[in-house]
Design a protein around this ligand. Sequence first.
Ligand code: AGP
Length: 604
Amino acid sequence: MCGIFGYVGNRTAAPLLIEALRTLEYRGYDSAGIYVPQMGVIKAAGPIDNLAAKMPLELAGTSGIAHTRWATHGAPTEINAHPHSDMSGNIWIVHNGIIENYREIKEGLVMQGIRLVSETDTEVLAKLIGSLYRGSIAEAVHDALKHVRGTYGLAVMHEKEPGILVAARMGSPIVLGFGTDGNYISSDPAALLTHTKDVLFLEDGELAVVTKDSYEVRTIAGKVLTKQPETLAHDFEIVKKQGYAHFMEKEIFEAPEVIENTIRGRLLPEKGRAKLGGLESVVQEIATLHRLQIVGCGSAYYAGQVGRYMLEEFAGLPVEVELGSEYRYKKNYPDKKSALLAVSQSGETADTLASVREGKRLGLRTLGIINAVGSTIARETDAGVYNHAGPEVAVASTKAFISQLTVFALITLLIGRERGMKESEGKDIVVGLKTLPETLREVLALAPKLKEWAKEIATYDDAIFIGRKFHAPIAYEGALKLKEVTYIHAEAYAGGELKHGPIALLGEHFPVIALAPNDDVYEKMVSNIEEVKARQAPVYAFVTKGDVNVAAIAKRVIELPKVHPLLQPIVSTVPLHLLAYYVGVEKGYNVDRPRNLAKSVTVE
Ligand code: AGP
């Protein structure tokens, strides 16, 4: 859950490393550091600005490694910040992941009289590499990794071999980049885009030895591999704020274009069907499944929950939704006619990846809904759908979430039409999807009203979100976003669940955000809102245009357009994302870099 970067070439390395860390900062931002042969190591606690402020005026060296951290072992201090070194101070390492057997290795090193200065697992690896160094940094890394259990994406350099960058991968992403002025390594291709689009993704168990004009990929055991670079699709422009105050704001307002990109070339209006190239090879298999298991974490898990309602309601396919961190360790009883569908924006979330591998171990067909092109889960699943939402930079997932819901609608249409959904229903859904971008532009125009709500909601310490059926998981998503970027203690419940306990919390200082679209459980939601009102809790309700019942009892209402029930959850999500954003800004927080969080959770 850290960001690492490396460069070896002709350019002055330090400014280039700092710039890359700024792009990677969403992966972790509690401390950072760089190492440049001939210039030395510089580290700082806190965001990249603190590190940049410590750059010397005189910069030297045309190679180096860099790291931005999300602490797992040892507090976010300067001592624990990366890079870490061996005893000689010549070997430096940056690492993303967890060395699980670092305590055993440490005991052995301490017996040899080796002293450690930090609390990190990574420094143990640096000391181990140093203890095995015999003149070749690449060989020393090879030898050391044979003793290591755990996950890593790492880069290592030696003061006396400034032209050599060694990188290795086991569980945490590493991509090589090949430029005209040198070569690069990174945790994420986004940080390479200003330099090159020619990249090569390392697989688990691979190590690369990179110089300014060559690279060699080997297995950890030492076998040389022949691997060809590929060219990335998107450009750097897309990972800039483009005039918005925050990436989160930009990514919320990108909603209409995101839907257009997600559905482009995937609808057959004349047949009322969908066409998903990445699932073509398995359509009949999925259409005849007895059951589909969806797995994801955080927002992706909630998207899976909405997907379940869609597939069960409109495609007649029984679905179970599992948390990645539970599915990977619990006893699973899949029958032969079921498949596993992983949902992930980053495609690198460790618990979701491990669940895919568990699914494979159980002999299941594994599928993916993934945003990050070329990511590990995308490469390890048998088939799947890319979101085409573009790189998502803000830690709080917004555009990827609504794109995930849109892909679920496309899969529901694809499978539903194979499982008895009428052509007319299919055509209605196609029309709904094609008009959705325009509908979302209408919803985004409600921003000023949401800003007003935000001023009020920012004054509360707690909040509860409620919704029913398709909108129960949307309530969870709304609460998650408010938690992530405002630190308000927000919870969510299916509307009917309140009276079984949570209603005890309510009172005038406990606002309830209610999702009450005019759907087949609307009446039930109205009675839930009346129960809440009866406990003096201020109700902020999202209703369908022309609603009068809820408007009569709620403190505030916002009217939303009515669309096809399959797509209504997408319309209801955008204002919740905006509300969380405005409350976070109102409270003066860094909404793009919420405390204690990171964009891609690559450790468990
Ligand atoms: C959502 O805003 C959070 N960033 C987090 O819950 C996220 O959804 C979760 O970590 C899953 O990430 P993924 O989609 O990249 O797998």
